[in-house]
Design a protein around this ligand. Structure first.
Ligand code: ADP
Ligand code: MG
Length: 657
């Protein structure tokens, strides 16, 4: 039994309210075949929408089987609409992209029936109403009468207590209309049927009760029923639910029924992603080329060792470093201090020179006078040493050539001073050259690099000091390397650096910074595409307001509606990132081809194979990250329109034509 007490539905009209239905009292029993008659605007549809739970903003009370609906939550209303009520509308309100049987099966699937079970019941219902042959058709292949029969099958398929129909014959001719109503009457003996119409003849022909409305009030009720007390029960039915697979189906149908628009939108959105792909591939390409070029002249397992401060690495320390596990070999940069003594010059005049076979003109050296020594008893001296030999404090600008000419071909003896100050004669040399340096320091440290046989030197008790060493390892195990580093740091105040690592990490830093800037720029295009996706989803919603109304009417929760449109957004994100990946990969191939032909190959020939690079380096991880991002971002962009869709008023939505 359905009881209505003091039912009023107000609509705001400017600053005043109008009562679409006004203080209505009525009871409906099983077996009632009620027609509601009245002029247009008298409140018929409003009453029906309230009774079937589409419109819940009411004063007064409606109760079903003794259950008061005033305490209903949204969930309860969804249960009520799905289990208690079957709707038939004037406009049929079928979902155009679902087959006939799918339309009928929908309310059952909301109740949790499997697709198979739901289809079975739907087909039985359709066969009963004479549509057995049309189950696999889409609604727009059917005539109006057939569509209305599908709608009736959908209303009956859940075997609801109440059937409500708003102008069900309004779009049909009289004969067809009569047939439909006769079928309803025949089928609904154990139900409450409420039919809204303005067709008095139809009502007279079929009704066993007629309620006439005028200005929202009951003008006449032909067969009033008194309220029978029904014991209060709990609304204890399964909550209607749209399965994820169904949400996907709706989203997919939304996209594919507007495939052209979806592709255009996705293509525009993909432009931003294409630029992100190309920039990232470019940075990765350049980065890996630089890394491989560097590794071709700096081995990755080469470590440089320095002493912290001015001290040099001692022979002892050398021995310890060489003895470390994983160390394959060590080369030391040895600094030798050599004393140059000219006969006749007082002992305290210390001069130095460079062993000619290791001549390295230092950075502050500008000019060489004379020539490079050609035999082992010839040397070059520095300009200040030359000035001292001449008895001068310094060389005046412009007099270098004069000074060199006066010391040229002099023979000097060179002595080695060890750390205790003991001088050892190394040999006698003829001056053949002079380097001009800007240094005021007459001592020149000659640096030469040598692979020294440490064990031999230690055995011979030789006193050799090194400022720097290069260590070659035979391990690429990071742990072992860090152990080694720790040992060296702990024991020797020694600083260890991997040149390859420090150069490439600097480059990596730089590349990451560049990447961030590029992505920053690209994100401007992402903002635009987010807005675009939001608009497209919103448009899709506007075009499907009716569908949202239908889904709500048969019991869909608002979260399911949100779900459909979020998935639709996600699809757009997926399509755009897939388009972007495809185009980016094609462009990569094309650009790399051009680069190889016109730049890489010629340069490679010119440098005899030293120049070898791939300009753009595609990367699967980057593609996966962008696709994931694109999907999530599109969903984010779709959130606002989806929420709006879910808040759409079902009554208004169904009114829209
Ligand atoms: P009927 O179905 O009998 O033609 P309705 O129930 O549709 O009548 O409307 C009853 C009254 O309520 C009308 O005056 C109509 O203008 C008003 N009304 C209906 N829906 C709304 C609405 N959403 N906002 C404002 N007024 C409304
Ligand atoms: Mg109406």
């Amino acid at each position: 039994m359905l009881n209505v007490k003091k039912l009023t539905r107000k609509y705001k009209n400017g600053s005043t309210y109008i009562n679409a239905i006004d203080d209505i009292n009525a009871n409906f029993n099983v077996g009632d075949f009620v027609f509601i008659l009245g002029e247009s605007g008298s409140g018929k549809s409003t009453l029906l929408n309230v009774l079937c739970g589409l419109d819940t903003k009411i004063d007064g009370s409606v109760s079903i089987d003794g259950i008061d609906t005033s305490t209903f939550s949204k969930k309860d209303w969804a249960i009520y609409r799905n289990h208690y009520v079957g709707f038939v509308f004037q406009e049929y309100n079928l979902i155009e992209h679902l087959k006939v049987w799918e339309n009928v099966a929908l309310p059952l699937q909301f109740q949790g029936l499997s697709k198979k079970q739901a289809k079975k019941k739907a087909v039985i219902e359709l066969e009963k109403i004479g549509l057995g042959k049309f189950i696999d058709k889409l609604p727009n292949h059917l005539s109006g009468g057939q569509k209305q029969r599908v709608a009736i099958a959908r209303a009956f398929v859940t075997d609801p207590k109440i059937i409500m129909a708003d102008e069900p014959t309004g779009a049909l001719d009289t004969a067809l209309g009569d047939k439909i109503i006769a079928y309803l009457k025949e089928k609904a003996k154990d139900k409450i049927v409420v039919i809204v119409t303005h067709d008095e003849d139809l009502a007279e022909k079929f009704a066993n009760r007629i309620i006439t409305l005028e200005d929202g009030k009951i003008l006449n009720d032909s067969n009033q029923v008194s309220e029978t007390i029904t014991p209060e029960k709990e609304l204890n039915l399964v909550r209607p639910r749209m399965k994820l697979s169904m949400l996907f189906k709706f989203a997919r149908n939304n996209i594919s029924s507007r495939i052209f628009r979806s592709i255009i939108t996705s293509s525009i959105v993909s432009i931003g992603y294409i630029s992100i792909f190309l920039l990232t591939f470019l940075i990765l390409g350049i980065n890996s080329s630089i890394a491989s070029t560097i590794s071709s002249f700096i081995p990755e397992d080469q470590y440089q060792i320095y002493h912290i401060g001015n001290e040099e690495i001692t022979t002892d320390e050398m021995a310890q470093i060489s003895a470390l596990e994983h160390v394959e070999s060590v080369e030391y940069v040895v600094t030798e201090q050599i004393l140059l003594e000219y006969q006749g010059i007082p002992n305290n005049s210390i001069l130095t020179s460079v062993p000619y076979d290791e001549v390295s003109l230092q950075s502050n050296t500008s000019t060489l006078y004379g020539e490079i020594p050609s035999s082992s008893d010839e040397i070059i001296i520095n300009s200040l040493t030359a000035a001292n030999l001449e008895g001068l404090q310094y060389i005046e600008k412009g007099s270098e050539e004069y000074v060199f000419n006066s010391v040229k071909n002099l023979t000097v003896s060179i002595k080695y001073i060890d750390s205790t100050g003991t001088k050892t004669l190394i040999g006698e040399y003829k001056i053949v050259g002079m380097v001009v340096n800007t240094s005021m320091q007459p001592l020149v440290y000659a640096e030469y690099q040598e692979s020294l046989d440490i064990s031999n030197m230690i055995n011979n008790d030789e006193n050799i000091y090194a400022s720097q060493a290069t260590m070659y390892l035979n391990t690429d195990n990071e742990d072992e390397i860090s152990d080694l580093r720790k040992t060296l740091n702990d024991n020797h105040d020694i600083f260890v650096m991997n040149l390859y690592e420090s150069i490439t990490s600097n480059i990596d830093d730089f590349m990451m910074k560049a990447l961030k800037i590029f992505i920053g720029i690209a994100s401007i295009s992402l903002i635009v595409s987010g807005i675009l996706i939001g608009l497209v989803v919103y448009t899709s919603i506007l075009e499907r307001i009716k569908e949202i109304g239908i889904l709500t009417a048969i019991g869909a929760k608002s979260s399911s509606i949100v779900g459909i449109y979020l998935i639709e957004s996600a699809f757009l994100g997926l399509i755009s990132s897939i388009i972007a990946s495809g185009v980016a990969l094609l462009l990569t191939k094309f650009i790399n081809g051009l680069f190889n032909n016109f730049i890489e190959k010629p340069l490679n020939l010119l440098t005899q194979g030293l120049f070898e690079m791939q300009l753009l380096s595609p990367n699967v991880l980057v593609i996966l990250i962008v696709i994931t991002f694109s999907i999530l971002y599109a969903m984010l962009a779709g959130v606002i329109p989806s929420l709006r869709a879910s808040k759409m008023n079902a009554v208004k939505a169904l009114r829209k034509e």
